[in-house]
Design a protein around this ligand. Sequence first.
Ligand SMILES: C[S@@+](CC[C@H](N)C(=O)[O-])C[C@H]1O[C@@H](n2cnc3c(N)ncnc32)[C@H](O)[C@@H]1O
Length: 296
Amino acid sequence: MSRSQGAAAAALRREPSPPGDEGREFEFSDADFRALAKLAYEHAGISLGEGKRNLVYTRISRRLRTLGLATFQDYRAFLSQDRKEIENFINSISTNLTRFFRESHHFDHLREHIAAKFISRPLAARRLRIWSAGCSTGEEPYTIAAVLQREIRDVARYDVRILATDIDTEVLRKASAGEYGVNSLEEIPNIYREFFPVARDDSGKGQIFIDEATKELIAFRRLNLMDPWPFQGLFDAIFCRNVMIYFDGPTKENLIERFTNQVKPGGFLYIGHSESLLGRHDGLQLVGRTIYRREA
Ligand SMILES: C[S@@+](CC[C@H](N)C(=O)[O-])C[C@H]1O[C@@H](n2cnc3c(N)ncnc32)[C@H](O)[C@@H]1O
């Protein structure tokens, strides 16, 4: 090999493999993709179309490296033998992007229509149940908690609970820890900063540490939305935002019907910005941007 050919070969080795290129670290056949997409659908309702091929390759390649496996076929065999790997597989496949006060108009609505009205209720009726379904790393339920704490100053005195669930055990671990980089403060309006205390170490590096009083308002649980739900009562509000985008039409339809039945008459369902139900759905009335009220 000439010197220039050698340099070109070395440059190629340094370059990341472009998507769809044979130079990929692992061979990834149609059958591999189809088998993994089928598993994601069967276990989590997550619908992975052709456009997600590279996503699956990239995320599952990490599992292959961690497990020291040489091929996707080996990984598929491992998945069928070790049922615990399904959990890691789903954790790897799920997309967990979130932030504090995401789609902030939902929290203005929560403050005005639920939190502010709470105090005027008779003492015996001061009970509130809110569900953050698909809570990811916790920013959504902690935002809900901050809104309730600011509006209902002595909230701990009342029967107020936020249930925060996700299928991904890894994000739930982070959510329960309640520790976030200080950069996340930028997402939080000034009036709510008091609920996101920052501690700094000797070098001045800061971290948000959610306090115990806030954590006590929230129960983090693993729940696959595709499974039967273990609830006895209904919720005053359900947040299921930016979760249904990963599901296909029939799965989404079914879920919306279940959410409708799980929210109290007069209660609210908040969905993500790209998840409009086209203005109406049986039993639900559109009352704001991506906000639905269950008919009383
Ligand atoms: C993009 S995050 C949305 C987080 C937050 N709700 C928000 O809007 O910022 C989607 C979350 O849905 C969860 N998810 C996906 N499929 C699920 C299922 N079948 N059951 C429960 N959670 C699921 C994922 O693990 C992920 O954390």
